[in-house]
Design a protein around this ligand. Structure first.
Ligand code: FES
Ligand SMILES: [Fe+2]
Length: 376
């Protein structure tokens, strides 16, 4: 059975569903409508795997990191039993938040009435509760959220019924096998707040067609828009492959051992739907961690990830600084484009636009998005 969406006439959906060479963008309401966003929250965000942290960000027992997973305050915690868990941060007494930010703790003591939880989420202290008849402390542990570790990323999903992540991205995982993504550490994080729908950012990330307009002096000379290609996908993911325009020049960083020459020099942008974004070039990976905050708002962390073994290399700090400056410069160029798109999408006369065959990743994502949003 197919459901309708507000603002989506039948012919609009048919244009999105058309083969790539005939396809159009999503209708404008997909980006601007509060009703569509509410359905995305229910159908997509609360059923999807979200990358929350890298293992090295919670490397020692007691380390924790707070985040928001589709409206649920959560924390990634490295327990003193050496297990990494994703726990709700909502106190089981009267729902105050037991932690904010990041750090290292033996106990999480709620600031409201001082109930204390250990790093596995067990309630170990609930003062002045002696008179509460039948109070079962063991039934008041912090709720554990389903989590999975993939290539050193800790992912979580609010939906207990959702299929596990790794089998869905098996082909994708093999595509990047040589890159040793599990070796990465987060060397630096850049933070941004943006006033756009989350799909504006994902779409911008997933096509190189805009190199000609937006990055004429940065990306286009190095990775020509016309050469970009997108392999077939057999799951909820897409890979954009941008071959190097100068394959004979040496790579900037030493590539991971075992990487083929073209793999070390070409640029790849990948997405596991809906918004797990990686920009991969040889040893360096930019992880765009996206948090939708409403139809017209998002928070973004750009994590500069490098292999742990590069930390020992001379000039590591300069490598991190140089990568951070480059990532910021590129993102500034993209911000201008996305601001412009958002102004256009918000205008009353705007309708669907034609996709270029170079925008195959957007087309792939649109098919998946419609499946989630209109399938029952
Ligand atoms: S709300 Fe946490 S102890 Fe009362
Ligand atoms: Fe860009």
């Amino acid at each position: 059975m197919v459901e309708t969406l507000p603002g989506f006439a039948g012919e609009m959906i048919a244009r999105v569903r058309a083969p790539l060479a005939q396809a159009w963008t999503l209708p404008v309401a997909a980006y601007t409508s509060g009703e569509v966003y509410a359905r995305e929250e229910a159908r997509i965000f609360r059923r999807s795997w979200w990358p929350l942290a890298r293992l090295d960000q919670v490397g020692s027992p007691g380390d924790y990191l707070s985040l928001d997973l589709a409206g649920q305050p959560v924390m990634v915690v490295h327990g003193h039993d050496r297990k990494v868990r994703v726990l709700s941060r909502v106190c089981r007494h009267r729902a105050a938040l037991v932690a904010e930010g990041a750090g290292n703790r033996k106990l999480f003591t709620c600031p409201y009435h001082s109930w204390s939880y250990d790093t596995g989420g067990a309630l170990v202290r609930a003062p002045l509760m002696e008179g509460a008849e039948g109070f079962d402390r063991a039934a008041c542990n912090l709720t554990e959220i389903r989590s999975e570790i993939w290539e050193g990323f800790i992912l979580a999903n609010l939906d207990a019924e959702a299929p596990p992540f790794a089998p869905q991205v098996d082909t994708y995982t093999r595509y990047f096998e040589n890159f040793r993504l599990s070796d990465l550490i987060v060397a630096r994080t850049l933070e941004f707040e943006h006033g756009w729908n989350w799909k504006v950012l994902v779409e911008n990330f997933m096509e190189a067609y805009h190199h000609i307009g937006v990055h004429p002096e940065t990306f286009e000379p190095a990775f020509h828009a016309r050469d970009s290609r997108v392999p077939e996908s057999d799951g909820p993911w897409s890979i954009l492959h941008m071959p190097s325009a100068h394959p004979d020049e040496p790579s900037i960083l030493p590539p991971p051992p075992g990487l083929e020459d073209w793999q070390a020099k070409d640029l790849f942008a990948s997405v596991a739907f809906p918004h797990f974004l990686l920009g991969i070039q040889g040893a360096s990976v930019l992880w765009y961690q996206l948090f939708p905050k409403g139809p017209d708002r998002l928070s973004l962390k750009i994590h500069i990830c490098l292999p742990f073994w590069l930390q020992e290399a001379e000039g590591f700090e300069e490598i991190v600084e140089g990568t951070a400056q480059f990532a910021t410069a590129i993102h500034m160029e993209d911000i201008a484009a996305n601001d412009s798109v958002w102004a256009g999408l918000s205008a009353p006369l705007t309708g669907q636009g034609r996709l270029s065959p170079l925008e195959k990743s957007i087309w792939q994502m649109n098919q998946w998005w419609l499946d989630q949003m209109t399938g029952v």
